[in-house]
Ligand binder design. Structure first.
Ligand SMILES: *Cc1c(COP(=O)(O)O)cnc(C)c1O
Length: 394
């Protein structure tokens, strides 16, 4: 069988759009170009398409359509949930709780708030990336207004036990936000059961377009205030001004509709592929460790540390596979990956860590081929460095 190169195994970074999503978007990129707010045929057409998509998105998580606000992506949703909430509620308190394993969108927006006079407690995870709910509760103070935690980790795949924290927050009327960007499509989410105050997610991690996201705002639990961050024409209930991105919203809706229908199929597919690669690497290599939790993890993610192999060299040596390293310099500056540091990986191990994210469009051939190349390259880099060391000792 012919394999299309490169094999895309970076689905925790972004996903290929599902062809059914592209097809649904096409008319809205050409003849259906109306403005959602316009009062004529083209406007009404755009309006009804957006409202249909809002229903599709809400349905995936068992929410109501009026609880979904469109943004430019999960980063903006998270910023709105953090900064918009902090601005509107600072008279009630200035303490926020989060964790050290958040995505940069969360971590950096909270760093901004801490510079602006808020106090943020970042809970340290255990070595599997788990946040202890008891530890969160222990850190709550009289002036705690917001708790924000990642649902499934983008780097190591670990799933956070959110239910006890959400229950606590509802009982205490503390606003609870979760970044569910990696959880949607990999964990079944019933928003009425979890009952968070707010939840952020996007389209491009679930086979939809980039640059579109949603903030779920709970209207069936206790009420709270939220200030917009973007001002203008009062779109999205005045919470997010700006002309709506109709094609992307339509694509986001379709991506959610597909997920609702194919969730089980996707999950079983991810599990089969990652189980194969995990077993192959562990059986054929010494000193290879899977990071994150062994069972409480999203099935599409694998994060490995391979001793004595620089992940950056590995990536350079394997142009046939698109995957990522744990040591990539992030927007947070020239620092080691914060998430890997937080779970206690030494700097050397961080440099030897890489991430695989499988997706809907990978098949078993891809994974067999990728596993073989990875095993061969890791073995060969180790062999060369052993020879170099021997040569140096002569
Ligand atoms: C990708 C990602 C984000 C950022 O989403 P964008 O839509 O690209 O802004 C936030 N949180 C997590 C966990 C992610 O994986």
């Amino acid at each position: 069988m012919k394999i299309k190169l490169p094999i895309y195994l970076d689905n925790n970074a972004t996903t290929q759009m599902d062809p059914r999503v592209v097809e649904t978007m096409m008319p809205y990129l050409s003849e259906k170009y109306g403005n959602y707010s316009s009062k004529h045929k083209l406007g009404y057409e755009a309006h009804s398409a957006v409202e249909y998509a809002r229903e599709q998105i809400a349905k995936l998580i068992n929410a109501n359509a009026d609880e979904i606000i469109f943004t430019s992506g999960a980063t903006e949703s998270i910023n709105l949930a953090h900064i918009g909430f902090a601005v509107a509620n600072q008279s009630k308190g200035k303490h926020i709780i989060s964790s050290l394993v958040e995505h940069a969108a969360s971590y950096e927006s909270l760093q901004f708030l801490s510079k602006a006079g808020f106090e943020v407690t970042f809970i340290k995870p255990d070595k599997y990336g788990k946040i202890d709910p008891a530890e969160v509760v222990k850190n709550v103070k009289k002036d705690t207004i917001l708790i924000s935690l990642i649902y499934a980790n983008n780097e190591i795949g670990t799933i956070t036990d959110l239910q006890p924290i959400a229950d606590f927050c509802n009982a205490e009327k503390i606003v609870f936000h979760t970044d569910a960007t990696q959880a949607v499509g990999k964990i079944k989410i019933d928003i009425r059961e979890l009952n968070p105050s707010m939840m952020s997610f996007n389209a491009h991690k679930i086979y939809g377009p980039k640059g579109i996201g949603a903030l779920f705002i709970n209207k069936n639990s206790f009420k709270f205030n939220l200030s917009p961050l973007i001002f203008g024409g009062n779109q999205e209930n005045s919470l997010r001004s700006g002309t709506l991105n109709v094609p992307s919203i339509v694509g986001f809706g379709k991506a959610c509709e597909i997920l609702l229908q194919e969730f089980e199929k996707d999950i079983q597919h991810y599990k089969k592929l990652t189980d194969f690669m995990k077993k192959a690497l562990i059986a054929n290599l010494s000193d290879v460790k899977l990071n994150g939790h062994s069972s409480d993890r999203i099935y599409n993610n694998l994060n490995f540390t391979v001793k004595d192999v620089l992940a950056n060299s590995l990536i350079k040596n394997i142009p046939e596979i698109a995957f990522s390293t744990g040591s990539a310099c992030s927007s947070e500056g020239n620092k080691k990956n914060r998430i890997l540091k937080a779970i206690g990986l030494p700097d050397n191990d961080i440099d030897s860590t890489f991430r695989i994210g499988v997706g809907r469009f990978n098949n078993m051939n891809d994974i067999e081929f990728a596993s073989e190349i990875l095993i061969n390259q890791i073995s060969s880099i180790r062999e060369k460095s052993y020879k170099n060391q021997v040569a140096h000792n002569l």
